[in-house]
Write a protein that binds this ligand. Structure first.
Ligand code: FSX
Ligand code: SF4
Ligand code: F3S
Length: 358
């Protein structure tokens, strides 16, 4: 029925059968899913999963009681369904919140069924056993909170700081992080361990740059300079195009989207915008190069892979020759560092091979 996502404590088990045995005992938790200021990309992303598929998730793993995008009912019927679900499962249901909550002008920027988003969150959130804030919008404001933030958009934890809340940021978030969290909760009623931003550590404990498939190009100094240049076509590093991978904690570089290899921002040639980081996405300009805090900066010069063969003096042999050779090589590399020019084709990393990919 269910192939569990990796990274989860559950998957520390020895075999798929052991995982299945645990999941077979799952008590389907009731889930109420609310939409506030969002684009529905979080739901769309989850709809693309197949391990488990969304139908399997909502019919066999959880009991989805209310979800405005997926339910057939609308208007009064929907409002009644929400009220009934909250009443029936009070204190026991998981609330999933998608989208940010507008707080400006007493929250007047968003009303559903006569209530502001703030009122709905206070009411429904106050009766939930735990809350999952899915997406960067629900986690801390996301796109709606970008400057000049006309609606005063905030995340769930800003309004209900004392509640049991787990943030799954991303715009959209990786659906397998959500599935991992839900499956663990459904299995034993606990959330995975979180970091200081309430993000599950199993998915956010490393930065993109650590496992980026383009990392070898970063280390070799092979950088895309302009979209569509030869380096871009060759899959070189996007650091100089503003890639926020070195400053962004998320699992995208190893856990791609839609179960299609390379379907993630850097995989399709776009820099990471840092969508899982509160201080980065929609705050730092897209093409601004990030400071490197945790790793060494890329080297500014590289030892040549090949050199042109010169004439060798008969004196440059034996021990004397060896000593001179070491000094000469060091001097050559140092001089390359200072003389390296934009168009110096012999310097690795300075310029893509323009014939590549043509
Ligand atoms: Fe926000 Fe989710 Fe970005 Fe969109 O709804 S996290 S705008 S992908 O979909 O809330
Ligand atoms: Fe990958 Fe970006 Fe790091 Fe380059 S800077 S290696 S593209 S994460
Ligand atoms: Fe977001 Fe960067 Fe991953 S933009 S989806 S954290 S590669």
């Amino acid at each position: 029925m269910v192939a569990a996502p990796f990274g989860l404590a559950l998957t520390d088990m020895a075999s798929p059968e052991a995982v299945a045995a645990v999941l077979g005992k799952v008590v389907r938790p009731a889930v109420i899913w609310l939409h506030f200021q969002d684009c529905t990309g979080c739901t769309e992303s989850l709809l693309q999963t197949s391990h488990p598929g969304f139908a399997d998730l909502i019919l066999n793993v959880i009991s989805l009681e209310y979800h405005e995008t997926l339910m057939a009912g609308s208007g009064l019927q929907a409002r009644q369904a929400l009220d009934e679900a909250v009443k029936r499962y009070a204190g026991k249901f998981i609330l999933v919140v998608e989208g940010s909550i507008p707080t400006g002008a007493q929250g007047i920027y968003m009303k559903t069924g006569g209530r502001t988003a703030m009122e709905i969150l206070n009411d429904v959130g106050g009766k939930a056993a735990a809350i999952i804030a899915i997406g960067s919008c629900a986690s801390w404001g996301g796109i709606p909170s970008a400057d000049p933030d006309p609606t005063g958009a905030v995340g769930v934890a800003d309004l209900l700081p004392e509640h049991s809340i787990i943030n799954i940021p991303g715009c959209p978030p990786n659906p397998y992080t959500m599935l991992g969290v839900v499956l663990q909760y459904a299995t034993d009623g606990t959330f995975p361990e979180t970091d200081d931003q309430r993000r599950p550590k199993f998915a956010f404990d490393r930065d993109i740059h650590e496992h980026c498939p383009r990392r070898a190009h970063f280390d070799a100094g092979n950088f895309v300079k302009v979209y569509g240049d030869a380096g871009h076509r060759e899959g070189w590093c996007l650091y100089e195009m503003g890639c926020k991978g070195p400053d962004t904690h998320a699992g995208c570089s190893t856990r791609h989207f839609n179960e299609i290899p390379d379907v993630w921002p850097i995989g399709i040639g776009a820099p990471c915008i840092g969508c899982t980081e509160k201080a980065v996405a929609f705050k730092v300009p897209m093409f601004q190069v990030v400071q490197l805090h945790t790793i060494a900066a890329p080297p500014t010069s590289y030892a040549p892979i090949t050199t042109t063969r010169g004439t060798i003096s008969p004196l440059a042999t034996g021990l004397v020759g060896l000593g001179v050779g070491v000094l000469a090589t060091g001097g050559y590399v140092a001089s390359r560092k200072f003389s390296k020019k934009e168009d110096d084709e012999s310097a690795p990393g300075s310029k893509p091979d323009n014939k590549a990919g043509e």
